[in-house]
Structures are given as C-alpha cells and as structure tokens.
Design a protein around this ligand. Structure first.
Ligand code: DON
Length: 293
C-alpha cells in the first residue's frame, strides 16, 4: 500500500494548536461486539474541537427535542465551517448544527439559563459517561486562547443575536462553545464515546439507552451530509461513513451496527479536515466494506 508523505498543515488560527507536532497519527476502532483495535498514538489526547459538536447536538436534542430545528437547519452549507455569508440571507438560521453558527445555537440551547460552567460541566460528564472514562478533561489553555482569538465566532454569535436566534448574551454562549471545543480526548476515548451512534442509541450491546434509535440515525445522517463542511460530499465519496472532523485533526466516523472509529493526525487539508485521518478512514472503509453505500 502506498505511503503518504504529505501530511497537511496544522491549524494556526488557534495558537496552541499551531504548536502541535504534525507527525503524529493515531487510530482506534471499537467494534459492535466491544473489541478495541488501536494503532499509532491512539492514547494521546488531542483537542477534539468540532467533533464536540456531535455530543453537544445530542445534549441539545435531549433538552428541547425537535424544536431545535426551528432554530437550526439540516442542510449541508457548501461553505467553510466558519462562514457567515448565508446567515444574512437566511435570517440568522444556520444551515446545520455542525458549522460554527449552528454549533453556537446548540451551545445557546445547552446553556439553558445557567452559568456557562454548568452547561459545560454537563457536557463533560456526558462525554465521560459515553467513553466510560472519568479522566477526560478540558484544556483550559486552548479554551482561553480561543476566547482571545475567536473573532469570527464572536461575529457569528453577535450576528445571530441580532436575529434573536441566540437567547443568552453572546459572551456566555461563546464561553460554552469555546470550552466544548477544548475538550481533550484520545482516539480510544473518542471511539468509545461514539459507540451510541454505532449501536442505534445504546451505550453498549444490550446496555443503557443513551438516545432513541431514530435520533441516532438522524445524527448519523447529519454527520454524513454536514460533518465535513464544504468537503462533506468528498468525505462521503471517499469514505462512505457518517463522520465529524475537528481542526485539532480528529475525525469520528461511524459504521452503523459495525464500528465506531476515531482517527487523528493534526495536519489538515484545505478544508480544515485531517489529511491522514481521512486517508486512513478511506482505506479502512475500503478494506472492510463498511461504507453505508
Ligand atoms: O470555532 C472554531 O473555529 C474551532 N473551535 C472549531 C473549528 C473546527 O474544528 C472546524 N473543523 N474542522
């Protein structure tokens, strides 16, 4: 099998991410019967960034159910993750919950009138429960850095507030969002946390129900159509699995009924998605026949 030498570039707009060694690579596959297969730096914690949007969406749907869809769409945007252009034309309703604007609305729902630390504490507990790992933490340094440099997100939040699609002061919603992005997890923890999406909403086979089977199916559908922003079509074409990427270089991919897979390599392609992570998933899907198509 050919070896890829070009790893892509680490994200530089969040300063602590710019210092990450791009030569790292990790992979973890958790299968439906509970087997765990790891390779490379699968135990190394990295900033999950936008992968957190999957868990935050699950949390928000748990709070307000389908009324969420009055405030966020379910269509691919065809625009970069941090784009603002559609918001003016579409009355402050973001296209989907995975672009930054949509994730800010989701964070606003999760805030639910509480202090940001309450909402973020709840999300962290949820992720620890899913991964069955109490050691998962938030990297405060990354969160602070985004608070200082996340001007586009500040713009998105204020813009949506002007359309009354944020109900809290933007700085509080942004506090929740920046902290959820700064959750640090390893490939193993992430693949474990994704099991409920592989198992039709169950934590483990025959285990506790996290969400309904219908909701798990729908979140997977959104990951497939919107999880890689303006490269979602390309990811579906190459990998054929629901997936969610983050600018930390992580990708969570779900083979429904078969596996929950986390890949990580910090070098990104031009759309802000892990270059080697995508390639690894493409090869796994090819070798296993796990594509949903
Ligand atoms: O809001 C941001 O810019 C980052 N916290 C997250 C962006 C991200 O991960 C986009 N995904 N590829």
């Amino acid at each position: 099998m050919a070896t890829e030498t070009e790893r892509g570039a680490v994200a530089t707009y969040i300063p602590p991410l710019a210092r990450i060694d791009p030569k790292q690579f990790g992979l973890c596959v958790v299968t439906a019967d509970g087997e765990i297969h790891s390779a490379g730096e699968a135990e190394e914690a990295f900033s999950i960034q936008s992968v957190s949007k999957v868990f935050a969406l699950t949390q928000a749907l748990g709070k307000i159910g389908d009324t969420l869809w009055r405030r966020v769409g379910r269509e691919p945007s065809g625009t970069p993750f941090n784009s603002i252009v559609q918001l003016e034309r579409e009355q402050g309703i973001p296209r989907n919950p995975f672009i930054n604007a949509g994730a800010l609305v989701v964070a606003d729902v999760n805030l639910a009138g509480h202090a940001p630390r309450v909402a973020i504490g709840e999300l962290l507990r949820f992720v620890r429960y899913l991964a069955e790992d109490e050691t998962i933490l938030i990297d405060e340094h990354v969160a602070r850095s985004e608070q200082e440099t996340g001007f586009r997100n500040v713009a998105l939040a204020n813009y949506m507030r002007a359309f009354a699609n944020l109900t809290h002061p933007p700085e509080l919603t942004l506090g929740v969002y920046f902290h959820q992005c700064a959750i640090a997890m390893s490939c193993r923890q992430l693949a474990m946390a994704g099991r409920y999406l592989m198992l039709g909403g169950l934590l483990e086979p025959g285990g506790a129900r996290v969400i309904s089977a219908q909701r798990a199916r729908r979140i997977n559908a959104l990951m497939l159509t919107c999880g890689h922003y303006d490269a979602s079509g390309d990811f579906a074409f190459r990998v054929g699995l629901p997936g969610k990427s983050g600018v930390g270089g992580g990708i969570l991919a779900i083979a429904p009924g078969k596996a929950s897979i986390a890949a990580w390599s910090p070098g990104l392609n031009e759309n802000g998605n892990s270059k080697l992570g995508t390639l690894a998933l493409e090869r796994i899907a090819e070798a296993t026949g796990w594509s949903v198509f």
